[in-house]
Write a protein that binds this ligand. Structure first.
Ligand code: KG4
Ligand code: ZN
Length: 333
């Protein structure tokens, strides 16, 4: 029988609610972004984010149900991101989800934010196993092996900055407005790879390190300034992005080969990166790997992905009670 999950995501600065059928079909999604508000501060201000979630959450829930032409009686379970994320932001979504589950007597399903990013790919087509997931977001950079639904084995990951975080920091030193990642990506396509930057942690492990590369960018900018020269911003974006993409693609392809896996999915905000999508498409075609990437709008935070992951968590019998608490840090794997 068809199952409808109402999902809530509020871990950072997007208030989002979605209704997903059977983990793969989007019925309705509403994403209310606070990006414009936080852009004034050069980054997400947690206190302001929570206040805006409080202001918006009931409206977003109502809108998602209205768009779907459904009521809570049509919903089988309520899924919610319990972590990781900003604690104040998470709590708003969590309390809304608990209230709905209690008032309408529906099961409450806790979803890890990164499981959500991974399952954004299930909205493109059902995941095929075994697979490797390259998780690249503002807070995570990991290579994950999945042998079946909801089984996550971490092969390796960043030892310091997440890749999205490195993008945002490099953007900031280049004077690019928050959130810088998408703009660096755009500029990278117009520049030339003229700056001599290192290929970070170019070893045999599945780990990554982006803080050294970020420091190399900062040092280059300072050195050039001291010499009275200016940085050509788009060339720096190209050089930085080329190094990031090269190491991500190299280690991902190595994991696919060594694990003898034929399916690759990409997850998280940086999955929207055009340089990464282009290089992975070429390499996967060469190696006969089936590559899936989420629709651009479902790369960054949204509740549709939480509804997709929530369906599998629901099927596995994962339930939370009203004691469920938000977790700023929590491991999926
Ligand atoms: O997954 P996400 O929405 O939030 C977390 O769960 O962390 O990812 C946001 C991150 C930000 O660092 C943002 O700059 C980055 O994803 N991002 C990009 C692009 N689009 C978003 N980074 C590089 N290129 C992009 N096109
Ligand atoms: Zn995210």
């Amino acid at each position: 029988m068809d199952k409808y999950i109402l999902a809530i995501e509020s871990s950072c600065d997007e208030t989002s609610v979605s209704i997903i059928k059977n983990g793969c079909e989007e019925i309705s999604t509403v994403v209310l972004s606070q990006m414009d508000i936080h852009a004034n501060f050069g980054g997400v201000v947690p206190e302001i984010a929570s206040r805006n979630h409080v202001k918006n959450i009931t409206l977003v829930i109502e809108e998602a149900l209205k768009k779907a032409n459904m009521t809570m009686n049509d919903i089988d379970a309520v899924a919610v991101t319990y972590g990781p994320g900003l604690i104040g932001s998470l709590l708003v979504g969590l309390i809304a989800a608990k209230t709905l589950a209690y008032a309408y007597n529906k099961p409450l399903v806790p979803v890890h934010h990164i499981a959500g990013h991974i399952y954004a790919n299930n909205l493109v087509k059902p995941l095929e196993f075994p697979l490797i997931s390259l998780v690249v977001s503002g807070g995570h950079t990991d290579l994950i092996y999945m042998k079946e639904d909801y089984s996550f084995e971490r092969l390796g990951g960043t030892l310091d900055d997440a890749v999205g975080e490195a993008y945002d920091k490099v953007a900031r030193v280049l004077g690019i407005d928050y959130p810088g990642g998408p703009i660096v990506d755009k500029l990278a396509h117009t520049g030339k790879d003229t700056y001599d930057l290192p290929l970070p942690l170019n070893d045999n492990s599945y780990d990554f390190s982006f803080s050294g590369l970020k420091s190399a960018v900062i040092n280059k900018i300072h050195n050039e300034k001291q010499r009275g020269n200016y940085i050509i911003v788009e060339n720096m974006c190209t050089s930085f992005q080329n190094r990031v993409v090269e190491i991500l693609v190299k280690k991902t392809m190595k994991a696919l080969k060594e694990k003898n896996v034929k399916n690759l999915i990409v997850a998280g905000g940086v999955a929207a990166n055009n340089g990464l999508r282009e290089r992975l498409t070429i390499e996967c075609e060469k190696e006969g790997i089936e590559l899936t990437v989420p629709e651009i709008k479902y790369c960054t935070d949204n509740a549709a992905m939480i509804g997709a992951a929530g369906y599998y968590a629901y099927k596995l019998g994962r339930r939370a009670d009203l004691e469920l608490n938000a977790k700023a840090n929590d491991k999926l794997y």
